[in-house]
Design a protein. Sequence first.
Length: 135
Amino acid sequence: MTGSAGGSGLAQSLRRLADSAVAVAQTRLALLGTELEQEKQRLYDAVAVLALGLLLIGVALVLSVGFVVMLFQEGYRLAALGVLTLAFGAAGLWLLRQARARLQAGEGGPFALSLAELRRDRRGLGDGEPPADPR
């Protein structure tokens, strides 16, 4: 009888452990889903604002270049157009590099909170600190 009572206690303990593991996994997946949704919303907002801003800047640039070129005398209009083209091209390349740098993931990557929680869980289970990410 003692063996069967101990077996029942062990089975119940294993069920509670499995239930706890599933609850932790469910919480972590919910956190991951929330972070993914926030990242998606941030990117959508950035792209929408970027598209509208690029459209308005494009129209303004065309109008301003036309205005500046018309200010020059007939013989200097082609040179003025060339200089303005080079200046806007260089500024555009610089802005594209800046945009790329800003879109790179922040500290810890896109799922930093989820990864930190998983590291805390592993430390709590007694495995110690997991090996460093090879990236």
